[in-house]
Design a protein around this ligand. Structure first.
Ligand SMILES: [Fe+2]
Length: 418
């Protein structure tokens, strides 16, 4: 999957780079088409029924992802910048606005799965109409306008790539609730982990640059770049594996309250956690995992996946180790020390998702994109097997609540006994 999408993501980067030789109009059109097509490619194996289901309030239906990403272009590009543009349907802004208070009232998030209408075909028609209008905008706007709009288009495309990941994460969660267990793609496999190199990498004490510098695409939460004191610390070169996680389980890790944060143990008891998310125990006692390829045997060498921050934290304590901070992760990854920093599972850090020193949200409605979530969540670094390739960066800050575990989330350890 990541191979198929890598071409797409590279096109976005090169098409929107200021050094590309072709006219901005054709570069924008190409980048736009490539990203929009990738969403439809990911949704193509899903039936109309698959596209309606919302398996929990945090997950959204595939049809909603397809429509919401379309609304984003209508709301922030076509409405303000395409002269005479008429919205495709007067109700769609209400249905498909996610959380932009300044963009108007919106449908209840937890009730997205109740929207049997508009149907999947209606959403397809919506996407086509907005695509047509966007391509006309690129073709007809003058050069100065296109230069003004390019950063907004880039946000829209990166936003859509984030939803491409969510689309697969959410449909996997839905399929994981189904006893029959459906496969999204029978041949899907998690790419193999890189087990080469020493187990631990040393980060001596030092002051390091953290965050995004320069003007290439980034989200506002990656700035301002600043300096931070990091180390001394050792970071695990490798991701924690399923084999290691099975040891934690066999040692009663899920039942030993002293290993857990209080909120974490309460979540584990409330939700009956005794293994990572999407794991199922067969009548033979063996664990299997629901994947995009259907129910598969647990691969002992694969990184553990679908764990919450609470589980990651308890595991680290059980090992006598810690989770790294996001700064430690970034310094080690920048130096090339981390195997599988990208492309397998997001890695929990123990850093709260909070603003960097001097952070200001961008102006206007898009200022709601990141900044208003900067409390009570934890930062994850890297990227996962369903992140569109090249949608990842050393400075990328993903964030989820500590009980969340339906994303492709794993961990690596830190050790301060240096
Ligand atoms: Fe969104």
């Amino acid at each position: 999957m990541s191979n198929m999408s890598s071409a797409a993501a590279s096109v976005v980067k090169s098409a929107l780079s200021g050094h590309a030789p072709r006219a901005l109009s054709s570069r924008l059109s190409e980048a736009y088409r490539v990203v929009r097509d990738e969403t439809e490619r990911r949704a193509a194996p899903l039936s109309a029924e698959d596209q309606v289901v919302q398996s929990m309030p945090d997950a959204s239906p595939a049809k909603w992802h397809r429509a919401h990403t379309t609304w984003f272009f209508e709301q922030f590009l076509l409405g303000p910048h395409r002269p005479g543009y008429q919205v495709f349907h007067p109700d769609y802004a209400y249905l498909f606005n996610s959380y932009y208070v300044s963009a108007g009232p919106r449908h209840t998030r937890a009730a997205r799965g109740l929207l049997t209408r508009p149907g999947a075909d209606d959403v397809t028609a919506y996407r086509r109409a907005v695509d047509e209008a966007m391509l006309a905008l690129f073709a007809e706007a003058d050069e100065a306008t296109l230069h003004k709009l390019a950063p907004l288009v880039e946000v829209g495309l990166n936003h859509e790539q984030q939803h491409q990941e969510l689309l697969l994460t959410d449909i996997l969660h839905a399929f994981a609730q189904n006893p029959i267990p459906p496969a999204y793609d029978r041949v899907w496999r998690l790419p193999a982990a890189d087990r080469s190199g020493d187990d631990w990498v040393d980060l001596p004490e030092g002051i390091h640059a953290i965050g995004h510098a320069g003007e290439s695409f980034h989200f506002d939460n990656e700035k301002p770049a600043h300096r931070a004191l990091v180390g001394p610390v050792k970071l695990a070169r490798h991701l924690v594996t399923n084999a290691e996680w099975l040891e934690f389980m066999a040692d009663g890790g899920y039942r030993t309250a002293t290993l857990w944060l209080m909120d974490g143990f309460a979540a584990a008891e409330r939700d009956g956690w005794e293994a990572p998310g999407h794991w199922r125990q067969g009548e033979d006692g063996a664990w299997r995992i629901m994947t995009l390829g259907g129910l598969q045997a647990i691969d002992p060498d694969a990184p553990v996946c679908h764990i919450s921050y609470y589980e990651a934290d308890a595991y680290a304590r059980w090992r006598g180790k810690h989770l790294p901070t996001e700064m430690e992760w970034e310094v080690a990854a920048r130096a090339g020390h981390l195997n599988d920093a990208f492309g397998l599972v997001w890695q929990w850090t123990r850093s709260s998702y909070s603003p960097y020193p001097g952070y200001r949200a961008i102006e206007g409605a898009l200022g709601e994109y990141n900044g208003k979530f900067m409390v009570n969540q934890l930062v994850l670094r890297g990227s996962s097997c369903v992140t569109p390739a090249d949608h990842s960066r050393l400075t990328y800050r993903n964030f989820f609540y500590p009980h969340h575990r339906w994303q492709f989330t794993g961990l690596r350890l830190a050790d301060y006994d240096v």
